[in-house]
Design a binder for this molecule. Structure first.
Ligand SMILES: NC(=[NH2+])NCCC[C@H](N)C(=O)O
Length: 353
């Protein structure tokens, strides 16, 4: 490091890179939505409703959505100046200097790694719950899938992480098609749960809107926790170096993703808390459990299966984004050349591995 605060000059226009530019606006929105919609709405919404905010969970999601939009504006603006991969790392390098950029890269790596692990873990728990509750599997399910108990090692989480790495190594085209398809299904699942919830709407469940035992502090705690649900829009900026039209498509995708998920989440939170009294909402499987509570078993099955099938995409997108940070660091000379080796298919095979 020559000078810890030496800034990388911003080159005007679209920067050329050895990674092919193949992501259209639709692909970028798919990456953003696919990487963002996940355990935050499928799991956290129920947890927040039960323990922090009750019916005001929708307000918590609205508040965190506003914060995400503010952060999104920064990403969107910076993405029009810096069109390389690397997201916050590249932005920090151009605005703050080399040392802050390396710290940002470390934080991003930790964030992608930890959140991929957290979501993989949450998926493992969901599969087990789905087998036991929906398919009435016997005790063998817990013995095989959670041999060390509910808080111990979860083999399914490890298998999912290994499978997503395999898919990413297989190629850009394959992972792009999977991302686009699963994102579509996932958005459909959230819309299904929300609309289903509105059919079972009982306004009595929404009163009092802010339960006295939670108060404003609970709503704010819910907002802090629900911010996790919005994480993922930044991953669009990670792949900016592969966007066909980065100057327009990346900021449009970032803001479009935040606006879409904010609307989806707030409506979903209203629907969840209107279906069931907040004190009964499941902390781990809110929607499926609420459908069971209202006696609509088939909807519970669809919601549970939809969550199990689509949640893994969050892990895939996190693991897609991280090698792009190391790629850019390697291009900038801060990591060895192996991280910027692009194979014949335009993939960062070695970097991913
Ligand atoms: N960049 C990230 N941290 N990605 C993980 C996103 C987690 C996602 N928002 C979820 O609710 O499951």
């Amino acid at each position: 490091m020559s000078h810890p605060f030496l800034r990388k000059p911003i080159s005007p226009g679209v920067t050329s890179s050895s990674l092919p530019r193949h992501y259209s606006l639709v692909d970028l929105v798919s990456i953003g939505l696919g990487g963002t919609v996940g355990s935050g709405i499928f799991v956290l919404s129920g947890f927040i409703a039960r323990t922090y905010a009750g019916p005001a969970t929708s307000l918590s999601f609205l508040l965190s959505g506003c914060c995400a939009a503010l952060s999104g504006c920064c990403y969107a603006e910076l993405s029009t100046y810096i069109t390389t991969s690397g997201s916050a790392y590249a932005y920090a390098y151009a605005t703050l200097g080399e040392l802050p950029a390396v710290v940002a890269a470390g934080c991003l790596t930790l964030e992608y790694g930890v959140s991929a692990a957290a979501v993989a873990r949450s998926w493992g728990d969901k599969v087990l719950e789905w087998l036991v509750v929906e398919l009435e599997a016997g005790p063998w399910a817990a013995e095989v899938l959670a041999p060390a108990g509910p808080d111990g090692f979860n083999p399914l989480a490890g298998i999912l992480s290994a499978l997503t790495v395999w898919l990413l190594v297989k190629g850009v085209k394959e992972s792009k098609s999977v991302t686009n398809f699963v994102t579509m299904v996932k958005v459909f699942v959230v819309i299904f749960m929300t609309v289903g919830g509105f059919f079972l709407f009982d306004s009595a469940n929404l009163s009092p809107y802010v339960p006295p035992e939670f108060g404003t502090a609970g709503v704010l705690r819910g907002a802090t926790s629900s911010f996790f649900a919005y994480l993922g829009y930044d991953e669009v900026c990670c792949v900016a170096g592969e966007a066909v039209n980065p100057l327009t498509d990346v900021p449009t995708a970032v803001m479009g993703v935040i606006a879409t998920v904010a609307v989806l989440y707030c409506l979903a939170a209203v629907s969840l808390t209107a279906m069931q009294p907040y004190s009964l909402v499941s902390e781990t499987s809110g929607f499926a459990d609420a459908f069971h509570y209202r006696g609509v078993q088939w909807a519970a099955q669809v919601a549970a299966l939809g969550e199990v099938l689509t949640l893994p995409l969050v892990v895939l997108v996190s693991l897609l984004a991280q090698p792009r940070v190391f790629y850019q660091m390697s291009v900038d000379g801060l990591l060895p050349p192996v991280w910027r080796e692009v194979d014949a298919g335009g993939n960062l095979k070695k970097g991913i591995l």
